[in-house]
Design a protein around this ligand. Structure first.
Ligand SMILES: Cc1ncc(COP(=O)(O)O)c(C=O)c1O
Length: 439
């Protein structure tokens, strides 16, 4: 196995803007100065248990660059006031930066209208918003909600609750043996009774990227809506909502360099217009009397109370950072890093990698025979390596894979091939320590 040190990997960084193909010949190199990029992320330079931190859990949450941290600090130091209500300059400035962040998000996903962007707490809240504000007023017995066996619990539970409350039926597109969705004959699942299809764009466990456009096309034929869970796709490759054609897209700021506490629901404005409000309170109303109220314009009708202003500003700075590097290049490097990870880990005896889909990227779930994923993650932690172990909020998917849990390494553009080498060394060391078959 090639053992590349951080210094060796970085010494050869290309400045050409092209990621060379990964083959048996060596690790991929990003088109940016990886040392410089890593210096932008203060958390990455720490030591854990006396060893340099190897952070391989970006699918759970990404690290944050100085630009984002500084934007939030600057907001509190210079622009802090409540939005949409103050008749003074500071308040106008706060409103301007908050709304500018919304426009940045709209541009980032190529939304046709900035009014399609509703700020939420995260992807989970965005999906719940649709299940409550659209689902509870439009579904009943006989209607079908279609999701997949590959979903994160955030894209399962809101639909289970909706089915329970409306009498609608929840159906699933199953997973085939090769860990991809059974999409060959979609008409088996998308029927005249289907009212909404909710599908993950990129699996948080397998990294599989699903052909959402095909699903949208088929859903259109029966008049069903489509919600795309973009929590793992929007941070990793360019997502164009107009090209996708989906009605809803949900994602979280904290997985794409932004702070926690802010996420996005993109929704077509004609749907937002007819949807009932989700939460009630200040900001989302136009007029209120003792017995009723009228609703604010889009998108504020769905943003009750004081919004997550500083977090939205932070998300705007995150988008600037991602745009600077270029989402195409981030996507390419992510794929190559993952392919390299696959190559390196597949040489370890008795290690099984899940998710063989050719479109898989940025996440590598695996198990080593004879070692529980939690034990492995703990031993890796002793080596300074942070990975996730467990069911990854996807218990139905774990059942399809025939396991209770996996260890997952997930990558972002700040990770190096040398870190993957350290992961492999850590796994081999853990296997030797446990006396497992992977030794
Ligand atoms: C695919 C997917 N969907 C939804 C979510 C939920 O995101 P959040 O917890 O930020 O709301 C996650 C989080 O891991 C995810 O990976």
């Amino acid at each position: 196995m090639s053992r590349t040190t951080v210094a060796r990997s970085n010494a050869a960084i290309s400045s050409e803007g092209q990621v060379p193909p990964v083959g048996e010949t060596g690790p991929p190199l990003p088109p940016w100065d990886l040392e410089q990029v890593r210096r932008d992320f203060p958390a990455l330079s720490q030591r854990m248990h006396g060893k340099p931190l190897v952070y391989l859990d970006s699918a759970a949450t990404s690290q944050k660059p100085h630009e984002v941290i500084n934007a939030i600090t600057r907001h509190y130091e210079e622009d802090n006031a409540n939005v949409h209500r103050a008749i003074y300059e500071l308040g106008e400035r706060a409103t301007a930066v908050y709304e500018a962040a919304r426009r940045k998000v709209a541009e980032f996903i190529n939304a046709e209208d900035w009014r399609s962007i509703v700020f939420t707490k995260g992807a989970t809240e965005a999906i719940n918003l649709v299940a409550y504000a659209w689902g509870r007023h439009n579904l009943g017995p006989g209607d079908e909600i279609l999701i997949t066996e590959m979903e994160h619990h955030s894209n399962i539970i809101p639909w289970q609750l909706l089915a329970r409350d409306t009498g609608a039926t929840l159906r699933y597109i199953p997973i085939r043996d090769n860990h991809t969705l059974d999409l060959e004959d979609l008409s088996k699942y998308i029927t005249g009774r289907t009212r909404i299809v909710a599908v993950v764009h990129k699996s948080n466990v397998l990294g599989t990227v699903n052909p959402v456009r095909d699903i949208v096309r088929q859903a259109r034929e029966v008049g069903a809506l489509v919600l795309v869970d973009g929590a793992q796709s929007v941070p990793h490759f360019p997502v164009d909502v107009q090209a996708l054609g989906a009605d809803f897209l949900a994602f979280s700021g904290h997985k794409m360099l932004g702070p926690t506490g802010v996420g996005v629901l993109y929704a077509k404005t004609n749907l937002l217009e007819i949807m009932e409000p989700f939460l009630g309170g200040g900001e989302m109303i136009s007029t209120v009397d003792l017995q009723g109220a009228t609703w604010n314009q889009l998108p504020w009708k769905f943003e009750a109370g004081t919004p997550n202003i500083a977090q939205a500003v932070g998300l705007g700075a995150a988008i600037d950072y991602l745009n600077n590097l270029g989402m195409d290049r981030i996507a390419r490097y992510g794929e190559q890093l993952t392919r390299y990870g696959r190559q390196v880990l597949s040489r370890i005896p008795d290690l099984t990698i899940y998710g063989h889909a050719p479109t898989s990227s940025s996440a590598l779930p695996f198990n080593v025979e004879g070692i529980h994923p939690h034990d492995l993650a703990q031993l890796l932690d002793q080596e300074g390596i942070a990975v996730r172990a467990g069911h990854h909020c996807a218990q139905p998917l774990m059942r399809c894979l025939g396991v209770a849990a996996t260890t997952r390494a997930s990558f972002y553009f700040y990770n190096t091939p040398a870190e993957i080498d350290r992961l492999a060394e850590g796994i081999e060391k853990a296997a030797a320590f446990m006396g497992g078959k992977g030794a």
